[in-house]
Design a protein around this ligand. Structure first.
Ligand SMILES: [Zn+2]
Length: 285
């Protein structure tokens, strides 16, 4: 086998916000051309179904319906109307209490934790993904496709955030990120794969769980910018895409929500308008 750089490298950065990449002038992430990606096809802007739809080229409606049902109670991350009693409950009950009620009564009723249940929905539905069209694909776990194991590990730490604070989870996230970068570099070094899909949830989880403000977030974006730059240097002849599933919007008091757009950039000037377009541009290569 002739060893060479992959034809395509996709750097998937969960929660990467278009406005920050622009404002902080992160030119490596911007690449040759970059754009906002429209998410209006998604009734609920949430991680697993968006990554899943990039891989398969379409939104799984059954999975999306489960998320819509969930959002009608939790009220978050969506264009779905929250039912009145849940809205009232969220308003008057302390956060800890409403979270306890949610976990104790609603999660079992809705068939479990949806983040977990849909972390590998593509496998459950036997859907075809664009990586199947390559001889030697590599990935490190993509939400919606094959990320159940990592999700369960992350959940262990997440569960402790309420009681013990976020520091341990933060440490775990940074270690996990460093480990994933090492895996990516090893993979590039081996020169055995024709397509790489690397994924990190670093900046998404740090915003959600680690009491962070935009200014504190910048250092992680600078790290990511450096990472993209070194991948560009290592693989000058590869097509490189940077993509996110949604951005992050700062509210106040270290509270973040998913923004209504995602991010995309390429080193060859291509752009896309919807997450599902990734499927098509990869396959037409
Ligand atoms: Zn996400």
């Amino acid at each position: 086998m002739v060893k060479k750089n992959p034809k395509i490298i996709i750097l998937g950065i969960d929660g990467l916000e278009y406005n920050f990449v622009k404002e902080w002038k992160l030119s490596n992430i911007q690449q040759k051309k970059y754009c906002e990606v429209d998410l209006s096809d998604y009734k609920v802007i949430v991680t697993p179904p968006i990554w899943g739809s990039m891989l398969t080229g379409s939104i799984n409606q059954e999975v999306m319906d489960q998320w819509i049902k969930r959002s009608s109670i939790t009220g978050d991350e969506s264009a779905v109307n929250q039912v009145w009693w849940a809205r009232l409950g969220n308003k008057i009950l302390p956060k800890k209490v409403s979270f306890w009620i949610w976990k104790r009564f609603f999660v079992p009723k809705m068939g479990g934790n949806l983040f977990e249940e849909t972390s590998d929905y593509i496998k459950q539905y036997s859907e075809r993904i664009f990586l199947d069209s390559f001889d030697q694909p590599w990935n490190n776990g993509i939400p919606g496709y094959n990320r159940r194991e990592q999700f369960l590990e992350e959940k262990e730490y997440q569960n402790k955030v309420f009681d013990e604070g976020w520091e341990e989870f933060h440490k775990y996230l940074v270690n996990d990120y460093n480990e994933s970068v090492k895996q990516l570099y090893d993979c590039i070094e081996r020169k055995e794969n024709d397509i790489i899909f690397w994924y990190t949830k670093l900046v998404d989880s740090i915003c959600h769980f680690c009491k962070i403000k935009p200014i504190d977030l910048m250092k992680y974006y600078l790290q990511l910018n450096q990472l993209v730059g070194s991948v560009q240097q290592k693989c000058p002849d590869s097509t490189i895409y940077v993509i996110s599933d949604h951005g992050m919007k700062y509210e106040k008091n270290a509270v973040w929500w998913h923004s209504d757009h995602a991010f995309f950039s390429s080193n060859n000037g291509e752009i896309i308008s919807k997450p599902t377009d990734l499927y098509n541009i990869v396959l037409k290569k």
